[in-house]
Write a protein that binds this ligand. Structure first.
Ligand code: ZN
Ligand code: ZN
Length: 351
């Protein structure tokens, strides 16, 4: 069990409810889909439903385990698991109003204390073991990209390529995809989050490929843009601008930098090349137990990046009606720089 008891002191409460599943997985190792942690001054209780009795016994460390059935909160009342706690902390950014009202009805004398981003910094700073798991997931994704270079050809539909991406990840041991693969060719590449469509790949298209998977609970995420046949001078120029921007950000990245400054390292390169209006999203996002987690690396956020945080670096330029280019790696920030977990080549590949 990770140390989560400090929440009681820092928020001056008698107990805390942790209900956000990725935080529960991070804290005690449980990988199921339903559960909660009750943090009390002298112990931690883990509750899940009867489906998970055996799994909880195998996975959960450092907590008293209860798997009573589906009515977890009613059970917690019956078993007096909040004791005589007067003030109880909860994860306000992950609890619905209906849930809170239900708790108020079940524990009428408790003063419910909202907390936001309770474990965000701790979850963001990855241990060496966590970094190794992200790296393993990314190695599967890198292998799939290498396979795709021999698979992609004009006449295939975007959906056929997406299906191949899913199939190749699963057969290489991924437990699931970290999101639906993006395969966006030609003018569809100008839509940063285009889903794969029935459009066929054509000679002369740039193809934006963005995909990742989960291995051992941790996510990968990578984008590469490849050309089917000669893409033309402007596409090559834009590709180089995006690559230069990505390289600048990776050279700049280190712990202690602000999210705004890291975003700015890439954005300034794209601005100077005259494409600033066409880089229409943030530079990147945290990644780990979730594909998208804190921090958002953006010109609109100003958070200090902690040591050990894993973030994506994914600048893009999207010319409406024409084409798009995005290149994305995962880096882990260290005090003096960063480790790049993505090994796939970034020179423009012309297939
Ligand atoms: Zn991505
Ligand atoms: Zn991403």
């Amino acid at each position: 069990m990770k140390n989560i008891h400090h929440l009681l002191q820092t928020h001056d409460v008698d107990a805390a409810l942790i209900t956000f599943m990725p935080d529960i997985q991070w804290a005690c190792g449980f990988t199921g889909s339903n559960g909660l942690l009750i943090v009390r001054p002298d112990d931690v209780h883990f509750l899940s439903d009867g489906r998970y009795t055996e799994q909880a016994r195998q996975e959960v460390e450092g907590a008293v385990i209860h798997t009573p059935g589906y009515a977890l909160f009613e059970y917690a009342v019956e078993e007096h698991l909040l004791g005589d706690a007067r003030r109880v902390l909860y994860q306000a950014d992950h609890v619905t109003v209906a849930q809170l009202e239900r708790w108020r009805a079940l524990w009428p004398s408790v003063e419910w204390t909202p907390g936001t981003a309770l474990l965000t910094m701790e979850v963001a700073s990855k241990s060496d073991e966590e970094v190794a798991r992200i790296r393993r997931a990314q190695q599967v994704t890198d292998a799939v990209f290498e396979h795709l270079l021999g698979f992609i050809r004009p006449g295939l539909s975007e959906q056929e390529v997406a299906a191949e991406i899913v199939y190749q990840h699963l057969r290489r041991g991924a437990s699931k995809m970290s999101f639906e693969p993006i395969v966006a060719s030609g003018r569809r590449g100008a839509l940063p989050h285009a889903r794969a469509s029935i459009k066929n790949l054509e000679s002369g298209d740039l193809v934006v490929l963005d995909f990742g998977c989960f291995v051992d609970g941790y996510a990968s995420d990578m984008t590469r843009t490849v050309a089917l046949g000669e893409p033309g001078d402007e596409a090559r120029a834009v590709y180089q601008v995006v690559l230069d921007a990505q390289r600048r950000a990776i050279e700049t990245a280190r712990a202690g930098l602000s999210t705004k400054a890291l975003d700015g390292a890439a954005r300034s390169v794209i601005d100077e090349a005259g494409y600033g209006d066409f880089f229409t999203h943030s530079l990147g996002h945290g990644i780990g137990l979730q594909t998208h987690e804190w921090p958002r690396v953006s010109h609109q956020t100003d958070d200090v990046l902690p040591a050990g945080v894993a973030v994506t670096i994914e600048p893009g330029v999207y010319l409406p009606g024409r084409f798009g280019v995005r290149i994305e790696d995962i880096v882990v920030l260290r005090p003096d720089g960063c480790d790049n977990l993505t090994a796939s080549p970034k020179k423009l590949v012309v297939l």
